[in-house]
Design a protein around this ligand. Structure first.
Ligand code: PPS
Length: 299
């Protein structure tokens, strides 16, 4: 079956409130396994609100650590198997916990979208390094909308206007963007092993961001290697690469929208009406008034 035909055999699910966060039963059904996940001190947790640049940073980290190890890894192992999605528990696929437990690499790279308060406590106890990527709310909302349209196990997104209102109300999966980005920002004040990155900075100068990442990770890489990684993880390269473009995942219907969609800063301008933008800005100001966290909606 083609990816999109397979996607049709999955059905959409409802959001359920879990400890104050809207999640889906795939996650909550296996919550005990997720919560009790045993992290190791050298694990690296890649944490993001969905659609903030998770795959991009995952691939950068994968190349930094394992780019020179085996070409088979690069040519035949999709990124979601190299970097397990901790809380994923999708029917007919191995769960994230199972995949992570089976990883034989050091370090293990593990992805999560869980808000900071739901991250399994062993990551903090083991003082694991955490790489958090945040993306400005407007582009994040647009990207999430298109993803929910094509991801056949996501809750039904409705039309853009309805979706935007839901995003503002925090009724998208994983809850309010505002709480997510602020939660990790505040955590960083006391937990020093957290590197907070911005999607916009990565688009502006990927090489610089790779360099910052390397100094956080204590990796020394040559300028040539960083250039090679920057080139290999460029949007166009990742879109063409079947190991990073999610074309092998059965639940997504690329006829509706591709996973590697645009990769831009400012695409929100093609979606927000003037009225939506005014309303969003007003709401945003209120939500983000007591934080030092700043985003760029254009570069
Ligand atoms: S997920 O499903 O939450 O893991 O998705 P995530 O990877 O976080 O986000 C997907 C968006 O990131 C864009 N992307 C990139 N942009 C620029 N350069 C590179 N290399 C890159 N890789 C992924 C991807 O296109 C999605 O954003 P939109 O705006 O929808 O295009």
């Amino acid at each position: 079956m083609e990816g999109s035909d397979k996607a049709l055999s999955y059905s959409r699910v409802e959001l359920i409130d879990f400890e104050g966060v809207p999640l889906v039963h795939f996650i909550t059904d296996s919550w005990e396994n997720i919560k009790n996940f045993q992290a190791r001190p050298d694990d690296i947790l890649i944490a993001t609100y969905p659609k903030a640049g998770t795959t991009w940073v995952s691939y950068i980290l994968d190349l930094l650590y394992f780019g020179n190890t085996s070409s088979e890894r690069q040519t035949s192992l999709p990124i979601y198997l190299r970097v397990p999605f901790l809380e994923a528990n999708i029917p007919k696929m191995p769960s994230g916990v199972e995949l992570a437990d089976k990883l034989s690499t050091t370090p293990r790279l593990i992805k999560t979208h869980l808000p900071v308060q739901l991250v399994p406590k062993s990551f903090w106890e083991q003082n694991c390094r955490v790489v958090y990527v945040a993306r400005n709310a407007k582009d994040n909302a647009v990207s999430y909308y298109h993803f929910d349209r094509m991801n056949m196990i996501a809750p039904e997104p409705g039309d853009w206007n309805t979706y935007l209102q839901r995003f503002m109300d925090g009724r998208t999966m994983y809850g309010p963007w505002y709480d997510h980005v602020r939660g990790y920002w505040e955590k960083k004040q006391t937990y020093t092993n957290l590197h907070y990155m911005f999607f916009e900075d990565m688009v502006e100068d990927t090489g610089r961001e790779v360099e910052h990442l390397c100094s956080f990770l204590g990796l020394s890489t040559s300028t040539e290697e960083r250039k090679r990684i920057t080139k290999g993880t460029h949007f166009d390269a990742m879109k063409q690469n079947n190991m990073t473009n999610y074309s092998t995942v059965p639940v997504m219907d690329f006829k509706i929208s591709p996973f590697m969609r645009k990769g831009k800063v400012g695409d929100w301008k093609n979606h927000f009406t003037v009225a939506q933008n005014e309303q969003f800005d007003k709401h945003y100001k209120q939500k983000m008034k007591s934080t030092t966290l700043q985003f760029r909606t254009q570069i």
